[in-house]
Design a binder for this molecule. Structure first.
Ligand code: GTP
Ligand code: MG
Length: 381
């Protein structure tokens, strides 16, 4: 495009004298008498003036130049299953509470393991997912969350992937910061709460007092005339655990939990990591359908074809029906914790979904950038 000296000055936000000066260097050989209306035909001269002026063009798309919205190629959850396809499924129970109040010990006692002993510094740092077979033969899937203040996001993920929250409160310590936070999260996720008042074996603990402080946070136990079940237990000494389990099973029965074990899989990524031994590994909680070897799944910006399925205990399993937590290998791209998992028809379909999702990311980023620029411009005016 041909520009006059004045045009160039305008673009550079300099006066014309600056451009005359720059021209002495940019157009050494000619003897043109430049005025502000002289049209400069040689693009190299214009480029040199720009360079001399130390001007950097920022290429920023205006909102109307944004990449046009593409027709969505995203993968979406299937519509609700017809009633006759639904089958009973085990409850998913998330154990939450303040640090050190005994969540992992409780789960260890329920399944006769000793995870606590293997934890670094006795502090849980990941969400664990386990299946427990109760003496009644019923299965329950437990999610163990960390109580340390730093792991709010993990607690929130746990609360959102679950049917029931078991709130563990140590009777010797009472209601603490993450107890209150856990109550809030369970409420936000609209999940019923069952309270386990733990460490009842400790001398001098006051269970009544714990119930009263819970009431101050809106958790009114049956003993105080409310409708929340609170069961005093000792996770360590395995006292009264059968009462807790009974209360849990009853709660689950009332909820009449069902899912369609057929059709495309839906689930959620509980944890994802690069394992030095096995490579890209993710723990998936299946919520619908049945995950099998060979299933192709997308999750956030991750995807893969299931190569190995392992139970929480590390045993290989053939398939994972609803409410089952499984460790999945076979990821091409590792998803993130919290991502929704969706099964798709083929690897070709998965890459189409991923291409669309990456494009969508870029479109969103562009939109955010131009929004920020518009805001900045408005600020300057
Ligand atoms: P984080 O996951 O780090 O939040 O802790 P946690 O809630 O999982 O607590 P954990 O099970 O690791 O137990 C913390 C400490 O409390 C351990 O030393 C347990 O032995 C002890 N503890 C747990 N339950 C009981 C109980 O019922 N009675 C007594 N006396 N001690 C208990
Ligand atoms: Mg723990």
């Amino acid at each position: 495009r041909n520009m006059t000296v004045q045009d160039i000055a305008n673009v550079l936000k300099k006066d014309v004298d600056h451009v005359f000066k720059a021209l002495e260097f940019a157009d050494k050989t000619s003897d043109t008498d430049y005025t502000k209306d002289t049209v400069i035909h040689n693009p190299q001269i214009i480029r040199d003036i720009v360079k001399i002026s130390g001007f950097r063009f920022k290429i920023v798309p205006k909102p109307d130049e944004l990449v046009e919205e593409e027709e969505s190629k995203d993968a979406l959850p299937a519509p609700p299953a017809p009633l006759e396809a639904l089958r009973p499924r085990p409850p998913v129970v998330c154990v939450m509470g303040h640090v050190d109040h005994g969540k992992t010990t409780l789960l260890d006692s329920l399944r006769d393991t000793s995870v606590v002993d293997t934890e670094f510094g006795g502090i849980t740092q990941h969400i664990g997912a386990f299946e427990v077979k109760l003496p009644s033969g019923d299965k329950v899937t437990f999610l163990d969350t960390p109580g340390h203040a730093a792991f709010t996001a993990m607690r929130s993920r746990g609360a959102h992937a679950t049917d029931v929250v078991v709130l563990v409160v140590a009777a010797d310590d009472g209601v603490m910061e993450q107890t209150v936070e856990s109550i809030r999260m369970a409420r936000e996720a609209n999940v019923p709460i069952l309270v386990a008042i733990n460490k009842m074996d400790k001398p001098g603990v006051n269970i009544e007092k714990t119930m009263q402080s819970l009431a101050q946070h809106g958790i009114v136990c049956e003993a105080l005339g409310g409708d929340v079940q609170a069961i005093p237990v000792s996770a360590l000494k395995k006292q009264n655990l059968d009462t807790l389990v009974e209360a849990l099973t009853l709660q689950a029965q009332l909820m009449d939990l069902k899912a369609d074990p057929g059709g495309y899989v839906e689930g959620v990524v509980i944890e994802a990591q690069l394992d030095p031994r096995t490579g890209k590994q993710a723990t998936v909680l299946v919520q619908r359908g049945t995950l099998r070897r060979g299933s192709v799944v997308v999750a956030g910006l991750g995807w893969g074809k299931v190569r190995v399925l392992n139970s929480a205990e590390g045993r290989p399993v053939q398939e994972a029906p609803p409410s089952t937590p499984v460790s999945v290998l076979g990821w091409r791209e590792l998803p993130s914790a919290g991502d929704q998992v969706l099964e798709v028809a083929s690897e070709k379909r998965a890459s189409e979904v991923l291409r669309w999702r990456h494009g969508q990311r870029m479109r969103e980023k562009q939109q955010a950038d131009s929004g920020a620029i518009a805001a900045k411009e408005a600020e300057h005016q």
